[in-house]
Each structure stands twice: as structure tokens, then as C-alpha cells.
Design a protein around this ligand. Structure first.
Ligand code: DX5
Ligand code: ZN
Length: 230
């Protein structure tokens, strides 16, 4: 995987048909997804529960792009090896998930994954500074984690701009997660983001039997982020 800052669209399977993950991933990749975003929730760090390592392992064989696993769980450390074994390319932990985030990021890289750090909207981006050497990705949450379909939080635009300046030339992706659609994508691209997670706005109107809307949705988000009129 070579590093680049071009816009990448990462559909979240949180918005897919949970009875049909394999076919949903096949369909959305065929329709132009760059990465597949996998939201793991534990009912403790966030108020919702999704799935764990066995499901991740089962869907891995359908992912031909990049498996981007967003851990909304606490604690994180006891589960790192299981998610690495499931085949995660990026493994992202929340800053707020525990007192030893430095150790957690070291352990993620130690397990052979790229290391991501997610920040809730209430967390200042300044906390990233001492961790830069341990990071391959920072995920700026533009909703409070736990559910798809929430309203985009505009105060995260200024935070993303500050994060982009802090990162400089380092090969660290800036990912935005929550409320991304063709209206909000250009705001975040301008602020310095390169990976745009989209749940509802990617899967809206389509299905495995009718995947065309997935492609329309992805193209609309990408064009908006790249400043192209459609
Ligand atoms: C929220 C998740 C997101 C979610 C985004 O906790 O981390 O990845 O799926 O969904 P939308 O795009 O609908 O806001
Ligand atoms: Zn997510």
C-alpha cells in the first residue's frame, strides 16, 4: 500500500444489510469504494453493539481493497491480536478508550497493522502531537460515535485544519467519520482530509440486487470532495 493524499471513499458497512455482508462488500467495491470501513462497537465505550473479530475474519475474504477497522471498544489491548488475526489493514483505537493510548498504538503496530487514532468531537486535536511517530491515520469524528445517520458537527472543520498543519509531510492519513455526504465532503477535503467514511450516504437507495445507486453515491461524494461539478 503506497501512501497518497488523494480522496478515498470508505463506505461503512454499518449502513449495509447485516444479513448479507459478503455480497454487500462485493457490490460496493464493484461500485468504486476505495476502502471498506468496519465499525466495531461494544455497548460499553459506545451505547451500541455491532460485531467482533469472527465477523471481521469472515468478511475479510470479500475485501479486495483496504480493511479499515474502527474500534469503538474499551478496553482495546486485549483484542488487538484477534483483530490483527482477522486481517485488519488499519486498526483504529479511540484516544478516549483508556489511559494508555501510547501503549495501545505500539501494540497495534507490533501486531502488524497500520495504527489509527480516533478522536471524539469533544477531544482537542492537540493530543495527537506526542503520538505522531506512532500513527498511520487519525480519524476525526464528526459525530459522536455509536450510530450511523447522525448530523455532521461543523466545529470539527477547524480542528481538522489544525491537525493537517500538525501532520505536515508525515505519511499520516486524515480520515473523517460521521455525516459525510456531497454537502459536507468538500468542507473536510478543503480542511485537509483524504479518507472520507460514508455510511448512510454511500448505501442510500441501493441494494445487492440494485447496486447502481452505490456507485452514483460514491461518485457524487468523490466529485464534491474534489471540487468537480456534476
Ligand atoms: C459512527 C461510525 C460511522 C458511521 C457513519 O459511530 O463510526 O462510521 O457508520 O455513518 P454515517 O455516514 O451515516 O454518519
Ligand atoms: Zn466509523
Amino acid at each position: 500500500m503506497t501512501f497518497d493524499r488523494s480522496i478515498k471513499i470508505a463506505p461503512s458497512i454499518l449502513a449495509a444489510d447485516f444479513a448479507n455482508f459478503g455480497a454487500e462488500i462485493d457490490a460496493i467495491e464493484a461500485q468504486g469504494a476505495d476502502w471498506i470501513h468496519v465499525d466495531v462497537m461494544d455497548g460499553h465505550f459506545v451505547p451500541n453493539i455491532t460485531f467482533g473479530p469472527p465477523l471481521c475474519k469472515a468478511i475479510r475474504k470479500h475485501i479486495n481493497t483496504v480493511m479499515d477497522v474502527h474500534l469503538m471498544i474499551a478496553p482495546v489491548d486485549p483484542y488487538i491480536d484477534a483483530f490483527a488475526d482477522a486481517g485488519a489493514d488499519f486498526l483504529t483505537a479511540h484516544y478516549e478508550a483508556g489511559p494508555h493510548i501510547h501503549r495501545t498504538l505500539q501494540a497495534i503496530r507490533g501486531a502488524g497493522c497500520k495504527a489509527g487514532l480516533a478522536l471524539n468531537p469533544g477531544t482537542p486535536v492537540d493530543v495527537v502531537a506526542p503520538l505522531l511517530d506512532l500513527l498511520d491515520l487519525v480519524c476525526v469524528m464528526t459525530v459522536n460515535p455509536g450510530f450511523g445517520g447522525q448530523k455532521f458537527i461543523h466545529s470539527q472543520i477547524a480542528q481538522t485544519r489544525r491537525l493537517r498543519a500538525m501532520i505536515g509531510d508525515r505519511p499520516i492519513h486524515i480520515e473523517i467519520d460521521g455525516g459525510i455526504d456531497p454537502a459536507t465532503a468538500p468542507l473536510m477535503a478543503a480542511a485537509g482530509a483524504d479518507v472520507l467514511v460514508a455510511g448512510s450516504a454511500a448505501f442510500r437507495g441501493g441494494s445487492v440486487g440494485n447496486p447502481g445507486p452505490y456507485g452514483d453515491n460514491i461518485r457524487a461524494i468523490r466529485a464534491a470532495a474534489n471540487g468537480v461539478d456534476t
